[in-house]
Design a protein around this ligand. Structure first.
Ligand SMILES: [Zn+2]
Length: 277
């Protein structure tokens, strides 16, 4: 599952590709990625025709491609959704599902999705913020992110701190990997009740989450999953400190990293640096 830095890499890569370009044709090669669109694949193609893209936007892990008319295409990357840019007439990569051609006859935008949990949908009135994701809180990269308000909200919750920072209605963009990384940087155990933490601890945790994602972004994302690639087909090279490092020494104290069960996933932590107390 791509997390915020990976989605931001995709967004940034799409700016020069789509902004200001008018759609000349949309070919839906498989109906599943447009299953959220009520009028089906033909309707999706017909309704997008002739529209001009603005600059792609993102909130948390959600990406949308606004049109200059106020609507947008909301992209669900799911487990394996990707965008690629290809010259018209060039062969499709495997699992190409949707192809956009533009009236300038320049490079096409193609949506590729192996497992097809993702897809694209037309979001009416969604250019500024798609109504489908209006319940998603601002992420730490958002200029209007309110650190004090989010800190206060988190400290009212009794659940374990990791559970709370993964709640996309509280703060968006933090997924399992970066939650583990931020908790390790903050020396906090994932199960610590959120309301037992000081304001300083929560502020520091949010800053670490922001920083670890910014570091990943600066390095083109994290190469944890070969399915995830940017629009050029290359993956990032950000190194992780704790996630996926079970049994290997903590980079701070040398104690072997452990993996604990968390929801249906796992949490990686240093049992010495991150005590439950
Ligand atoms: Zn340690």
């Amino acid at each position: 599952m791509p997390e915020l830095p990976e989605v931001e890499v995709v967004r940034a890569g799409l700016v020069s590709v789509v902004a200001g370009r008018r759609i000349a044709a949309v070919q839906v090669l498989h109906p599943r990625p447009v299953r959220r669109h009520l009028s089906g694949p033909e309707g999706f193609s017909a309704e997008l025709l002739g529209r001009t893209f603005g600059e792609p936007r993102r909130r948390g892990k959600f990406l949308w491609l606004p049109f200059t008319d106020g609507d947008a295409v909301l992209a669900h990357l799911g487990m394996s959704g990707q965008f690629r840019v290809n010259e018209p007439g060039s062969p499709d990569a495997r699992n190409t599902r949707i192809r956009f051609a533009f009236d300038d006859a320049g490079p096409e935008l193609r949506f590729i999705d192996q497992r097809m949990f993702g897809g694209l949908s037309l979001s009416v009135g969604g250019a500024e913020l798609p109504p489908e994701i209006s319940h998603i809180a601002r992420d730490p990269f958002d200029p209007d992110f309110d650190l004090d308000a989010v800190t206060a909200k988190i400290r009212k919750r009794r659940s374990g701190i990791k559970h709370v920072i993964l709640d996309q209605g509280v703060v968006s963009g933090i997924g399992n990997i970066y939650a583990d990384e931020a908790l390790w940087r903050s020396r906090l155990h994932w199960a610590r009740p959120a309301d037992s933490l000081s304001r300083k601890q929560v502020r520091e945790l949010l800053s670490h989450a922001h920083q670890v994602m910014a570091d990943a972004l600066a390095q083109g994302g994290t190469s944890f999953d070969a399915l995830y690639v940017n629009v050029n087909g290359s993956s990032g090279r950000h190194a992780l400190n704790v996630y996926g490092r079970e049994g290997r020494p903590c980079k701070r104290c040398g104690t072997p990293i452990v993996r604990e069960r968390f929801m249906n996933r796992s949490s990686h932590l240093c049992p010495r640096c991150q005590r439950k107390r």
